[in-house]
Design a protein around this ligand. Structure first.
Ligand code: PLP
Length: 451
């Protein structure tokens, strides 16, 4: 671990050990090593309590789209806090920021998606989705249509419904999940699961698993299919080119709703406003969070297309909502964040300049002996570590190369996340070409150190 010189670091680490239960952590390990304490940030850089400057290749947790240190977002929050720090949107009330944000989201969402239900997080967005799609079918007189089909290794959050919708086995194992009415199909992960098929053949096979599952469960029992356009936390799984077109064909045959989880892909990560735009998909609902506020304050939501809206609009009470649904400060920040993305043409620049550059430079790492495959779209990338490029043979799991590489990154001023043996990047959308050069150079150095 890093050397500790600042006495404050030790104090904070003691507080962690004595009082803090961090998410997704092995507490003993965390307490032994002590967390790295991040104290400030600017642009694409973080600083820790030891004064180390770190290039944040993960935009926090895939969320800081416009980069750190944007005064306009600070101002928007402060102004809103002075004016109206809180009011709810329950029981026949609203406030200007929530209405203006809903309108701004409708303006950038795919055609026909004009209504937004706000939540405090992406997990709550998916919980809302589950309740809304079942409500929708009940309103339509088909209350049996309850089952939601999602995918192995998809990530949809950590609440009971979110973790159930997600396909992470290690999450299901804790808390007796999934809850009833949620079933999973294979993921379109060619490198790991494609076997002898070509990527295109495998894409068709993986998509066909949706049809197989619909027929197995019975169309009359299926409410919706839920998927991330690109699986993020599962390891930046870029589906083969054949996958989404085949899924669209299948969805056109059956009367079920299509939900895109845009929590990672939304707000420009692929170089389009939404991952669904990138793939030409036409979802009925989209879950959002993260890039909506660039993570400056928590906020999530569910964008609802006209078809679902028209039915639930005539369906009486929707008995669902959170104290912080449409929180005015979060809404003001979200609105300002969208203004920045639009007026500074950040997504256009990602698409035309920085994403092609990042993708080109990332692929230069494919010649490294530790690297099995490099893949990515827009400002998302994965470097898959493997023992053999041709056979796609893995390192034995006890080797833990992903974690070793991640630790080298940490110690050399770069945040990359390890999902098993896949190194993930998702930098702020505002990253410059020279910062991309720095990211790639550091990544190569860390691969060398891991080898
Ligand atoms: N959906 C996706 C695709 C995510 O990546 C995440 C979080 O990483 C979530 C949902 C859950 O969002 P939150 O952590 O805000 O609850």
């Amino acid at each position: 671990t890093n050397q500790v010189n600042n006495p404050k670091t030790r104090e904070w680490q003691a507080m962690s050990r004595e009082h803090h239960l961090a998410p997704f952590s092995d507490y003993q390990q965390l307490h032994e090593k002590g967390p790295r304490i991040v104290t400030k940030a600017d642009g694409v850089y973080l600083w820790d309590s030891e004064g180390n400057k770190i290039l944040d290749g993960m935009a926090g947790l895939w969320c800081v789209a416009v980069g750190y240190g944007r005064e306009e977002l600070v101002e928007a929050a402060a102004k809103q806090m002075r004016e109206l720090p809180f009011y709810n949107t329950f029981f026949m009330t609203a406030h200007p920021p929530v209405l203006e944000l809903a309108k701004a989201i409708a303006a950038i969402a795919p055609e026909g998606m004009n209504h937004v239900f706000f939540t405090g997080s992406g997990s709550e967005g998916n919980d809302t989705m589950l309740r809304m799609v079942r409500h929708y079918w009940a309103c339509k007189g088909q209350p049996n249509k309850k089952v939601i089909i999602s995918r192995h290794n998809g990530y949809h959050g950590s609440t009971v419904a979110g973790a159930s919708l997600g396909g992470m086995k290690y999450m299901h194992e804790q808390g007796d999940l999934p809850i009833p009415g949620i079933v999973h199909i294979p993921q379109p992960y060619w490198f790991g699961e494609g076997g002898d098929m070509s990527p295109d053949e495998f894409g068709i096979w993986a998509a066909d698993q949706l049809e197989k599952k619909i027929l197995e469960v019975g169309e009359d029992n299926v409410a919706a299919f839920l998927a991330e356009p690109i699986q993020g936390a599962g390891g930046v799984i870029i589906p083969p080119d054949t996958y989404w077109p085949r899924i669209r064909e299948i969805l056109a045959k059956y009367d079920i709703l299509f939900v895109a989880d845009e929590v990672i892909c939304g707000f420009g990560r692929t170089g389009e406003w939404f991952g669904s735009d990138y793939y030409g998909n036409k979802p009925d609902l989209m879950t959002i969070a993260k890039g909506l506020t660039s993570g400056y304050v928590p906020m999530g939501g569910l964008i609802v297309g006209d078809k679902v809206f028209q039915t639930i609009n005539a369906g009486g009470d929707f008995n669902h909502g959170f104290t912080y649904s449409g929180h005015p400060v979060a809404a003001a920040v979200g609105l300002e964040n969208i203004r920045i993305l639009r007026e500074e043409k950040i997504i256009e620049r990602v698409k035309a300049e920085t994403a092609p550059y990042l993708q080109k430079r990332l692929r230069e790492l494919a010649d490294h002996p530790l690297v099995g495959e490099v893949r990515g779209v827009g400002m998302l990338g994965a470097i898959e570590l493997a023992k053999n490029k041709q056979t796609r043979e893995r390192f034995p799991s006890e080797t833990g190369v992903g974690m070793i590489c991640r630790t080298h990154c940490f110690e050399n001023g770069l945040i990359m996340r390890a999902v098993g043996d896949t190194m993930i990047i998702a930098p702020p959308l505002v990253i410059s070409k020279s910062e991309i050069d720095e990211l790639i150079e550091k990544a190569r150095k860390c691969l060398d150190l891991t080898a």
